[in-house]
Design a protein around this ligand. Structure first.
Ligand code: 1CP
Length: 357
């Protein structure tokens, strides 16, 4: 595989079941990958990360490459996702933050004023050279398996910056949004620029698709989403153009699915609360869907999991393209062997020999 030229691996990735499903083209089987597939559910990940801080690990291309490849080797998933974090570009933009074990991102000085917003610098390739290098290493190593790049959407990033860390209510974020819309839009405008550049670096280095994570957008009403968030996410998605498929994902977004599609996605991520056939009616016929097994169901007995996978594959047939995934990330306590079994089951149940070319 290492002998394949960059051109031929790029062509193979573009013709992979994953990219074809994102583009609503016929596929030999429904492709599957898992959000947070690289991470704490894998013993080989825990071992390699034992003495390396999270942010440091994201800045070491050889380590990023190894961690990204681990779930591909183990599970046989149809796509890899770059090992990184949504706050990596924000740190590169000059924000003082850390990823605290057991907590998540923690920001030293939460954003409160216009001066705080101005301190968020624009970024370019030279601010994240380790991401460019890691993607290039990975594209060579993956030999035609597509690599997904990603970034956090402006709202989800803004929530960490305004709250200072993870929040259940996003109260300070919503207070700023409604109390000082001008400052809110200035903040999200800067974050959209950072996110767009971060994704452009990944696309230029060879990723086959990107996912924009607006994990916490489901905290908003549709009206607030459209007014305060959608224009900024739309700027990111439009800025990328249609060269690689764009996946747009959030949790608890049943009421926002149409808007998240309208923001400029090719694929809309759906959590477990909305069946995929219902989701596709809301999103419309010109976009694929991704999802949507409840990650907690991976702790249920196998016959329950099998029935759920079959149900989801059946409902996914209503969509013009379906990428199988969980409704949110793999939980750290998940038995990795169950994930491997799910991949095999998705491939087996969805195999369409007649379309194999
Ligand atoms: O030490 C550790 O292992 C820290 C845990 C961890 C990991 C493995 C964090 C801290 N980030 C990551 C990697 C990561 N983050 C990936 C890896 C690629 C893969 O999917 O395999 C990805 C895609 C992310 C993206 C991310 N970070 C999101 C969006 C995805 C989602 O799950 O909604 C969010 C919200 C974050 C913030 C974050 N970083 C880390 C944690 C624990 C959190 C969530 C904190 C919270 O609950 O608010």
């Amino acid at each position: 595989m290492a002998a394949m030229s960059t051109d031929s691996t790029g062509a193979a990735a573009r013709n992979s079941p994953f990219v074809r499903a994102c583009r609503r083209e016929p596929v030999p089987h429904t492709p599957v990958w898992f959000m947070r597939q690289a991470g704490r559910s894998l013993p080989e990940y825990r071992e390699i990360r034992a003495n390396v801080a999270m942010l440091d690990s994201c800045r070491r291309p050889e380590l990023v490459t190894e961690i990204t490849l681990q779930p591909v080797r183990r599970h046989g998933v149809d796509a890899a996702i770059l090992f990184s974090d949504i706050v990596v570009p924000v740190a590169a933009a000059g924000v003082d933050l850390d990823i605290v074990p057991g907590t998540g991102p923690v920001v030293a000085e939460p954003v409160r004023t216009a001066a705080d917003v101005q301190r968020i610098r624009p970024i370019g390739r030279d601010d994240v050279p380790y991401v460019d290098e890691a993607v290039r290493l990975l594209v060579a190593e993956l030999g035609g398996t597509p690599l997904i790049g990603f970034a956090g959407a402006p709202f989800t990033l803004a929530s960490y910056l305004v709250e200072g860390g993870p929040s259940r209510t996003h109260a300070k974020t919503k207070a700023l949004m409604h109390g000082d819309p001008e400052l809110w839009h200035a903040l999200c405008g800067r974050l959209a620029d950072v996110t767009l550049e971060f994704l452009r670096v990944q696309v230029a280095a060879g990723v086959s698709a990107v996912q924009l994570f607006d994990s916490w957008a489901g905290a908003l009403s549709e009206a607030d989403y459209r007014r305060f968030v959608m224009p900024h996410s739309a700027k990111v998605l439009a800025g990328l153009g249609a060269d690689v498929p764009r996946i747009h994902f959030g949790v608890g977004t049943g009421e926002l699915l149409a808007a998240m599609g309208e923001a400029g996605a090719d694929v809309v991520g759906v959590d477990w609360r909305t069946p995929l056939d219902v989701a596709t009616r809301r999103i419309g016929p010109d976009k694929a869907v991704q999802g949507n097994l409840d990650p907690t169901l991976l702790f249920a007995p196998w016959p329950v999991i099998e029935a759920e996978v079959r149900r989801i594959l059946g409902e996914g047939r209503a969509a013009p393209g379906h990428v199988f995934n969980l409704g949110h990330g793999v939980l750290p306590e998940t038995d990795p062997d169950v994930l491997t079994r799910v991949v095999a089951l998705v491939h087996e149940v969805s195999a369409r020999p007649a379309e194999r070319g």
